[in-house]
Design a protein around this ligand. Structure first.
Ligand code: HDE
Length: 700
């Protein structure tokens, strides 16, 4: 008879199992008395047991002691990196069987919905830090497949700072807040980060990505994701191919402006978390398509760089990204701690059909993630925490340890055994019954500590990335370097970045940054990368998917504004899938409608576009309000589409907006549709880039 284990589930469709599993662990008290952890009903939860009404508290009070003791231990160590995160449940479905490439069960049948849990994160800041800092974002997905958990633990950038795991502690110490004073929180604009990356040229490509708009996403829903490393897909015949994994948001990819990101960090530190949560609550489920770049073994040396080098990407103009399935995030977590905090990802959680490459960064990660969970989640049994439990049975002979939940029944906790008919048994490879077999990659070599020569070029792909950017993105990159290096206190670090890093991949950028920092014009780099074949797919401006769906639009009004216009603007915007919010100086009703927010509570930086409705009295109040004028000015400055109907234009002129700014649409009362049409189109383009120079003349 099989070695019985309580708490294990029989086979059933993956989705059912996962929700049942979580259901069992949920506590949702209804018609229940308050009890102690031992199940004793509590008659008084207000007063500690005392010796008389004014006397000392008694040690005997087991109810108070239990409650306080538990409270004292409510915190667990936060993640050493990626501490700040937000997550959601969802499902993944493959579009067509991937049998040719991989035997992974969850990539075979388009009718199967595999449950997923996705955690997005920043890297540098602690748990309570702001969402919109300039940083890499983590994009970690746990697929609860019928063959066990598969974790795709990626980032929103396709490369990394270092090539070898042994440098990770150095890198993280350098980027984290500085040791003497724990500053700055959440950002890389400080001496130790720039000191390290100026001395480690392999970081150049990734640092450039973090100085680009990719590091300040508009939303977690509009971020791409990348597996970074080269992995392997292995099919049922044992044929292996290299694979690079991508997540593509269906809504397209967009970023904030740096000024918005900085202001949002103060006005709403939860900006990304809130956006994700609210979108799911509204039913605007975020969707991401999974893409793969498949590379035959025989082609692995054809790129001019090493596929095992995680500081390099494979341009999709060379190897196209094949879209193979879609993930839909359709349920918010019930409990942040139980799910988002306790979820434990690991790039080593793979299923048959997916395997590793020898990327030395990946190889190091395969050690780190279990190790870190043991201190973070308090022992080796973290796989039993509900959010981490696979939906396939995880029966084995491991036992005991801190917080063990499973009660293993029977004598056998070893294999082979005869006391329980030899169960549980390993699978028989000849029978092909689903056991994981590592890809039999031929190996030979000398035990040696060296970096392969094929990892030595650190500047060509930085040049490739920079040369693939639009003018707008190049400007943003230069300003980001100037901002960050401007915060570096040691002049020799600033000079080293300009002369020994930037000058090697772009002389123009090096000169602009030098000028902005008041440094002498840099000379030619020692190893200049030269002209590259650009990869247009790297530019975010080419990754947008025009449309207004799920975008937030402020309908600016005040008591006395035209109620009919407010209603028709809202109806028209909603019909396009946008989220209009009525924003007013106070929450007092306007023509019977309650505003959703005040101007000071939801400034324009939280919106994608602004409509100022007419109505003489309301617009007069807005035109006289400094806050309202600032609202439209800031929207203008941040290149957002602005529409005004009827007297609404008076608010724009009171704000001293240039008369005919691009992306500003004026119309008569009663002709709301005519104004909204071009407005909706402009919002759908994300920003009115043509307004760039004019916008700089307007105060922020
Ligand atoms: Fe991680 N990383 N990492 N990392 N990483 C962690 O694991 C580590 C790297 C990534 O939402 C830690 O559970 C090493 C690359 C994400 O819970 C830790 C190295 C990429 C998350 C760890 C790397 C990532 C982590 C901290 C270099 C993109 C958050 C807490 C060899 C492909 C997952 C934890 C979540 C978390 C180690 C480099 C992505 C310490 C040693 C490259 C998205 O184990």
């Amino acid at each position: 008879m099989a070695n019985k284990q309580r708490n294990q589930q029989p086979s059933a469709p993956a989705e059912d199992l996962k929700s049942k599993d979580l259901e069992r662990s949920r506590a949702r008290p209804q018609n229940e008395a308050l009890r102690t952890n031992q199940g004793v009903k509590i008659a008084d939860n207000q007063n500690t047991l005392r010796a008389g009404p004014r006397g000392p508290s008694l040690l005997e009070d087991f109810i108070m002691r239990e409650k306080i003791t538990h409270f004292d231990h409510e915190r667990i160590p936060e993640r050493i990196v990626h501490a700040r995160g937000s997550a959601a449940h969802g499902v993944f479905q493959v579009y067509e069987p991937m049998t040719e490439y991989t035997k992974a069960a969850f990539l075979q049948d388009p009718s199967v919905q595999t449950p997923v849990y996705v955690r997005f994160s920043t890297v540098q800041g602690p748990r309570g830090s702001a969402d919109t800092v300039r940083d890499v974002r983590g994009f970690a997905t746990k697929f609860y497949t019928s063959e066990g958990n598969y974790d795709l633990v990626g980032n929103n950038m396709p490369v990394f700072f270092i090539q070898d795991a042994i440098k990770f502690p150095d890198f993280v110490h350098a980027v984290k807040p500085e040791a003497p004073n724990e500053m700055p929180t959440g950002g890389s604009a400080h001496d130790t980060f720039w000191d390290f990356v100026s001395l480690v040229p392999e970081a150049t490509h990734m640092v450039l990505w973090t100085m680009s708009d990719r590091a300040i996403p508009r939303s977690l829903r509009t971020m791409e994701g990348f597996g970074v490393h080269t992995f392997r897909f292995v099919n049922a015949k044992g044929v292996s191919r290299f694979v690079k994994l991508h997540w593509r948001p269906v809504l397209g990819s967009y970023s904030l402006l740096w000024d918005e990101a900085q202001k949002l960090a103060g006005k709403d530190p939860d900006f990304h978390r809130r956006d994700l949560w609210e979108a799911i609550e509204r039913g605007d489920y975020p969707e991401f398509e999974l893409g793969v770049q498949i590379i035959e073994e025989k082609d692995q040396d054809s790129f001019g760089f090493d596929l095992l080098d995680p500081t390099k990407l494979v341009p999709e103009e060379i190897v196209p990204v094949k879209i193979i399935g879609k993930m839909t995030l359709n349920r918010n977590p019930d409990n942040f701690f139980a799910e988002t905090e306790q979820v434990a990802f690991h790039p080593g959680h793979v299923v048959p059909g997916i395997d590793f490459s020898n990327d030395p960064l990946l190889q190091g990660r395969l050690f780190s993630y279990t190790d870190t969970q043991i201190s973070r989640l308090g022992g080796p049994n973290f796989h039993e925490i509900p959010i981490n439990r696979p939906v396939s049975p995880n029966i084995n002979n491991q036992r005991d340890g801190m917080h063990r939940q499973t009660i293993n029944v029977g004598q056998a906790s070893y294999e082979p055994n005869s006391v329980s008919d030899a169960w549980p048994k390993e699978t028989d490879p000849a029978a092909k019954d689903g056991g994981f077999e590592s890809y039999a990659e031929p190996m030979e070599g000398t035990k040696i500590r060296v970096r392969s020569e094929s990892f030595a070029d650190h500047f060509s792909q930085a040049a490739l990335f920079y040369q693939s950017m639009s003018d707008v993105e190049k400007e943003h990159i230069a300003l980001a370097y100037q901002f960050e290096l401007g915060k570096v206190t040691k002049p020799e670090i600033r000079a080293r970045v300009v002369n020994e890093i930037l000058a090697n991949f772009d002389a123009g950028l090096a000169a602009t940054v030098a000028e902005g920092l008041g440094l002498p014009k840099p000379g030619k780099g020692a190893r200049p990368a030269g002209k590259q074949k650009p990869s247009p797919a790297l530019s975010l401006l080419n990754r947008g998917v025009p449309g207004i769906k799920t975008r937030k639009i402020a309908v600016l009004a005040a008591p006395g504004s035209d109620g009919a216009a407010i209603k028709s603007v809202q109806v028209a915007l909603k019909s396009q899938g946008a989220t209009p919010l009525l924003v007013a100086p106070t929450l007092a009703p306007i023509d019977g409608m309650n505003p959703d927010a005040t101007i000071s509570g939801m400034p324009s930086i939280m919106f994608d576009g602004v409509v100022v409705v007419g109505g003489a009295q309301g617009t007069k109040a807005l035109a006289q309000s400094g806050d309202a004028r600032h609202f439209v000015l800031e929207a203008f400055r941040h290149l957002k589409a602005i529409a005004a109907t009827g007297a609404g234009k008076d608010v724009l002129s009171a704000s001293h907006l240039p008369e005919k700014g691009d992306g500003v649409f004026l119309g008569d009362d009663g002709k709301v549709e005519a104004v909204l049409k071009p407005f909706i189109e402009a919002v759908g383009q994300h920003r009115v880039w043509a307004r760039r120079q004019m916008a700089e003349t307007v105060p922020a």
